[in-house]
Design a protein around this ligand. Structure first.
Ligand SMILES: [Zn+2]
Length: 408
């Protein structure tokens, strides 16, 4: 069996950055390199029905080793990394027996990973940390998850005394650009439920996420010489900023937490003739989510009535809170919770302030909570993952398989 650390490093060094500006799947050619490697590897370690489809989706089966009928369960993660930060030339470094002090990632550029800023580091004093060299992200999101799933399957294959039902695993491209679930064939995956292994800190267990919508508002104005503009000029910039100023001031990402929703204006562009504003709308609560969307419609309508010029709103839903799909089968959360507790891990159950592939999969018929993969500071040069958290994640996956067989 390959050591967890070696497996992770091998995956992490392969650049699999996805690209939101590409329409193909996978969005980047380079993701095929790891996809093909995983495809061969899953066959080599002894999994069955290993498939790699023409869009880069990988699936495999660990057959049941018991007589009785047990639901098929699945584990899912993504092998692409975020387009937010470069993944070319990932050169991970190992910090053994972490002393709780600053870690100099890059001497030349004086890039320091410090517990003064990232307090989570102190949770891992004495452990082995895998960090970057300060020039790339690490890609623990989600190569840690991929590593953990493969290593857990390898462990189960080597230990037939651990009894389990049929297990399916799935690896996707393009999760980081929101498309990981888009071409996921839930039917051929054929599991009753699954877990994405894509969370952060050890213990994380998540089955609530935002309801999400995006909106683009376009204002059209009329350009006239400023010296002769009275009662003639219509300034599209003025219209858009007026609209932006009417959004609730305290309901923004930087002022909300837990289950508080928000409007997030992330782009304003404009000239006299044409101005646009792009924003996202987020709320865990379905009815509050609908109210937020209605508020935006009302504001646009009001501005259209009050001012000259034309404002057009385009809005579309992106994903929904998986809670609605998971609560009716809540035992799938309880099994994960029990698995963690039996291994001495305190479950941290909290709502995700974002979405996961699991939220989309849940609405596609595969209820899919998220469990920790162990990494921190995703999507940037300060990303790190403690080896011990990865080892625990492997144990949790194994335990979930075992408990599911026991309970059904
Ligand atoms: Zn991820």
């Amino acid at each position: 069996m390959e050591a967890i650390l070696d497996r992770f490093l091998r995956y992490a060094r392969i650049d699999t950055q996805s690209d939101p500006n590409s329409d193909s799947t996978p969005s980047t050619e380079k993701q095929w390199v790891l996809a093909k490697m995983l495809f061969e590897e899953l066959k080599n370690i002894g999994l069955q029905d290993v498939t790699l489809d023409d869009r880069g989706y990988i699936m495999a089966t660990l057959p049941s080793n018991i007589e009785k009928e047990v639901p098929t369960i699945g584990f899912v993660s993504h092998y692409d990394t975020s387009p937010d930060f470069t993944a070319t030339g990932v050169n991970p470094r190992i910090i053994e027996n972490y002393d709780g002090k600053d870690i100099l990632l890059n001497e030349e550029e004086n890039i320091v990973l410090s517990p003064d800023y990232f307090e989570d580091l102190l949770l891992y004093k004495g452990q082995t940390l895998i960090v970057t060299d300060g020039t790339t992200l690490l890609g623990a999101d989600d190569k840690a998850g991929v590593t953990e799933i493969v290593s857990a399957m390898e462990h189960l294959l080597a230990h037939p005394e651990i009894k389990h039902g049929r297990i399916r695993i799935g690896f996707t491209p393009d999760e980081e650009i929101g498309r990981g679930a888009h071409h996921f064939d839930v039917k051929s995956f054929g599991a009753s439920w699954a877990y994405t292994v894509d969370g952060s800190q050890i213990g994380e267990l998540e089955y609530e996420n935002f309801n999400a919508a995006m909106a683009k508002i376009t204002a059209r104005g009329k350009s006239v010489h400023p010296g002769l503009a009275k009662n003639k000029m219509i300034n599209a910039i003025g219209i858009i900023t007026d609209l932006a100023s009417r959004l609730p001031k305290n309901e923004v990402p930087e002022k909300t937490s837990d289950r508080e929703g928000f409007f997030h204006v992330y782009k304003l562009e404009g000239s006299i003739e044409l101005a646009t504003m792009e924003l996202i709308i987020r709320d865990h609560d379905k009815s509050l989510f609908e109210k937020r969307k209605q508020l935006l419609k009302d504001l646009v309508e009001a501005i259209n009535k009050e001012r000259p010029g034309e404002v057009v709103l385009e809005m579309k839903d992106q994903y929904y809170n998986m809670k609605e799909k998971v609560e009716p089968v809540y035992h799938i959360v309880e099994i994960a919770e029990e698995a963690m507790k039996s291994l001495g891990i305190q479950p941290i159950i909290k709502p995700i302030r974002g979405g996961t592939d699991g939220s989309q999969l849940s609405y596609m018929g595969l209820p899919c909570p998220n469990i920790f993969a162990g990494g921190h500071n995703f999507h940037g040069k300060y990303e790190y993952v403690p080896l011990e958290s990865m080892e625990k994640a492997v144990e949790v996956i194994v335990k979930i398989c075992e408990l599911t067989a026991k309970k059904f």
